[in-house]
Design a protein around this ligand. Structure first.
Ligand code: ATP
Length: 457
């Protein structure tokens, strides 16, 4: 297959019903995207896989669902009101706008732009003559800090400062402010984790690359609360746990790599990203951070509530350390789509488009296809209805069987069941495997067990 471009993946997503431009009939709203029937199923299946791995199978882990709107003091304590800004820099030549940290990271991949001060960034850009990605010249303005928080107002009086609230820029604070609630109500003992999946909003300076960077997106975040001294062990554990999860979702290992942060933000002890090779290059997919006891200490300071944990074993009191594991659900969905898409040249010289999605996350698990509409559709419709109690199931009776197989290949349906005379006479169906294109015959009564076994995560 020719190298996959982002334009191509955008078109495929639109054509097959994965992702559409937001507000399209009004000309679209830039950098907003709506998930269609296939995309929303895929994304939900990815969330379910995360839930299974990070909550259900993970010892002492609890899921919450906190509100998007939080007390404004939360964002003062977290440092977002004062410090959640991106360093904005303009190219004086072609007037394009950039993030100074990303310019540097693109220029030298080993640098973590996040951890550089404004002065360090300007000095680096000038000294190395870092070029503008658009025009190639190196003539930039000074850096200005641009806060990414979306503000809104509650109540009827908009100019009253007490009405100011923020759309959360990350889900993590929901976990921190509920630390005491979860610990008490679940009688949780440290180490334990709190995770959640939810929307976050950032007024990004340079949104783009499809759903890679948007202003509204979903995060799947997990915070492990632990005792100082055990933190590095858990940090290593979660770094690997995230990588294994990505591999189990079927991502190509050659397109995944760790990037350890050498220069850290002041409160962090260890930090690392997992990067994926997107069509536009390597990009951050997942962050694992040892955040020390910074977050809970700050909330203790700002709320006046003690965030100390009393260890039932030895009655010692301490503010727990936090290991954060954080991934953007939309970015992960994009990586999975890019990774799964293929154009295969078949023996007869034709090309088939196929989405090699892991069966566990494929939007539809099975398609039921009557071989000849006139003779087999009644049986096939009944079978589809029966299977729909257990799986997302597609029914298609239009066009040749070959064309119908191709349509299912293109949307990643792992199994096609063909109903023919053998089914009507002897209850035997053929099941075609999307990846190998091989077919096996089985009894109708065995279909459910067969599919259930194949789509396990
Ligand atoms: P970046 O350096 O790409 O701006 P970040 O380091 O600010 O990301 P975090 O705050 O660590 O990101 O957020 C955790 C995860 O959320 C990221 O690894 C990414 O997958 C996702 N994410 C962050 N910002 C966006 C965005 N604007 N659009 C989509 N996903 C995002």
């Amino acid at each position: 297959m020719e190298k996959l471009t982002m334009d191509k993946i955008v078109n495929i997503c639109k054509q097959y019903g994965f992702i559409y431009q937001g507000s399209e009939i009004y000309g679209g709203l830039a950098n907003t995207w709506d998930y269609g029937p296939l995309g929303s199923r895929l994304k939900n299946n990815i969330k379910d896989a995360w839930r299974k791995r990070f909550i259900q199978e993970n010892k002492n882990s609890y899921e919450i669902d906190a509100d998007i709107l939080m007390h404004p003091r939360v964002w003062e304590a977290s440092g977002h009101v004062g410090g959640f800004s991106d360093p904005l820099i303009d190219c004086k030549e072609c007037k394009t706008r950039h993030r100074a940290d990303k310019l540097i990271e693109e220029y030298d991949h080993n640098i973590n732009g996040d951890a550089l001060s404004e002065e360090e960034m300007i000095e680096y850009i000038r000294k190395n003559k870092v070029p503008c990605p658009k025009c190639g010249k190196s003539n930039f303005t000074d850096i200005r800090q641009f806060n990414l928080m979306f503000e809104t107002h509650r109540g009827v009086i908009k100019d009253d400062t007490s009405s100011l609230v923020y759309l959360r820029p990350e889900t993590a604070q929901g976990e921190f402010v509920n630390f005491l609630n979860v610990q008490r109500t679940m009688r949780a003992k440290i180490p334990f984790g709190i995770g959640q999946i939810g929307k976050a909003f950032r007024n990004e300076i340079t949104p783009g690359n499809f759903t890679f960077r948007t202003i509204e997106f979903e995060q799947m975040e997990h915070q492990l609360f632990c005792r100082e001294g055990t933190d590095t062990g858990f940090y290593k554990f979660y770094k690997e746990y995230a990588m294994n999860f990505l591999k189990d979702l079927g991502l190509n290992t050659d397109k995944l790599r760790y990037k350890d942060h050498e220069k850290l933000v002041f409160y962090a002890k260890e930090a690392c990203d997992i990067e994926y090779l997107f069509p536009m290059g390597w990009g951050e997919l997942w962050g694992t951070h040892n955040r020390t006891n910074y977050d809970l200490s700050r909330h203790q300071e700002y709320s006046g509530k003690s965030m100390e944990y009393i260890d039932p074993e030895d009655n010692s009191k301490y503010i727990p350390y936090v290991i954060e594991s954080s991934v953007g659900c939309d970015r992960l969905t994009l990586a999975i789509l890019c990774d799964a898409y293929d154009e295969e040249i078949l023996e007869d010289g034709t090309t088939r488009e196929v989405m090699h999605l892991a069966p566990s996350i494929a939007p539809y698990k099975v398609a039921v296809l009557p071989l000849v509409k006139k003779y087999h559709s009644e049986y096939a419709k009944e079978l589809k209805e029966k299977l729909s109690h257990s799986f997302m199931c597609m029914y298609d009776e239009t066009g040749s069987i070959g064309k119908r197989y191709r349509r299912e290949d293109a949307i990643g349906t792992p199994f096609c069941i063909t109903v023919d005379d053998e089914t009507i006479n002897n209850n035997i169906v053929t099941i075609r495997n999307r990846d190998t294109m091989e077919q096996i015959s089985i009894n109708v009564d065995e279909i459910e067990d067969y599919i259930a076994n194949e789509i396990k995560f």
